[in-house]
Design a protein around this ligand. Structure first.
Ligand SMILES: Nc1ncnc2c1ncn2[C@@H]1O[C@H](COP(=O)(O)OP(=O)(O)OP(=O)(O)O)[C@@H](O)[C@H]1O
Ligand SMILES: [Mg+2]
Length: 248
């Protein structure tokens, strides 16, 4: 079931919260290559299983859901093959607007509470082909709103307008939001942050969500640089992309 392994790197974490997080290739060429690999696998699954709405989730907080959702969406859009929409569905603690350096107002919560029409919440980004719906104002218990007809019909319309809709969700175990929307989602990408999340919590969350909905698991692990094994079998390819990254 494993989909890919993403390494953690100090500089990338520091870039988070600034708009240059979208210039991943220049900040962290190795991580960029890993994201590209993940994107290729997700794209293959999308095309073969006909998936359009994919949620990114994990068992607990801080496993890298938002970071992965942003990078996957940006990388998918940058191929030019797919029109991509990234939606911040974490209405309790939205962070996509901040990570992308965008205005945090006028988001999903304004639409769901009826104060803004959908045309006002759909926004373009600096990446051609990538649109975003930010979270908007914080809602302390959004589960009923996300389970309601308004969100359902929004998703129905968005899946017609975009080739891929990526939902950045809150963690599974503390709150029911991600499980609540699971029937409207074609598949989940499940993050597991190695050496952060106890294994039994990971298994419990998978059980809560139901295995059939999981497209793949991403290991978000603390592998700061390519190890000896990586160099032996992939080194040549990594060095080529690393040089390209430095030029960009
Ligand atoms: N693969 C990665 N490489 C570098 N930094 C990462 C990676 N994954 C996550 N991070 C960093 O780890 C921190 C937590 O990541 P993020 O906010 O994406 O987690 P989350 O699962 O969305 O958390 P929450 O459940 O609180 O919403 C952030 O500072 C982010 O920049
Ligand atoms: Mg998050």
């Amino acid at each position: 079931m494993k989909l890919f392994s993403l390494p953690l790197k100090e500089e990338t974490m520091h870039a988070s919260g600034k708009s240059n997080i979208l210039h991943l290739r220049a900040i962290d060429p190795y991580y960029y290559e890993m994201v590209k690999g993940l994107r290729a696998k997700v794209e293959y699954k999308m095309d073969t299983l006909n998936l359009r709405v994919i949620a990114v989730s994990s068992a607990v907080a801080g496993e890298g859901k938002t970071m992965t959702a942003i990078q996957l969406a940006a990388n998918m859009a940058s191929t030019g093959r797919k029109k991509v929409l990234l939606v911040d569905m974490d209405l309790r603690k939205s962070s996509i607007a901040k990570q992308l350096g965008m205005d945090p107002h006028s988001g999903l919560s304004e639409f769901l509470s009826g104060s803004l029409p959908k045309e006002k919440i759909l926004r373009e980004t600096a990446v051609p082909g990538l649109s975003v719906i930010v979270g908007g104002k914080t809602i302390s218990s959004p589960t009923d709103m996300l389970a309601g007809e308004k969100f359902r019909s929004l998703l129905r319309e968005l899946r017609e307008r975009f080739d891929l809709v990526i939902l950045d969700t809150p963690p599974i175990l503390p709150v029911p939001d991600a499980v609540t929307v699971s029937e409207q989602v074609d598949g989940f990408i499940f993050l597991f942050r190695f050496s952060h999340t106890p294994h039994h919590l990971f298994h419990q969350a998978i059980e809560d969500l139901g295995e059939r909905k999981i497209v793949g698991v991403v290991l978000n692990c603390e592998e700061k640089k390519p190890d000896k094994y990586y160099h032996k079998y992939y080194g040549k390819y990594y060095q080529v992309s690393h040089t390209e990254g430095k030029r960009s």
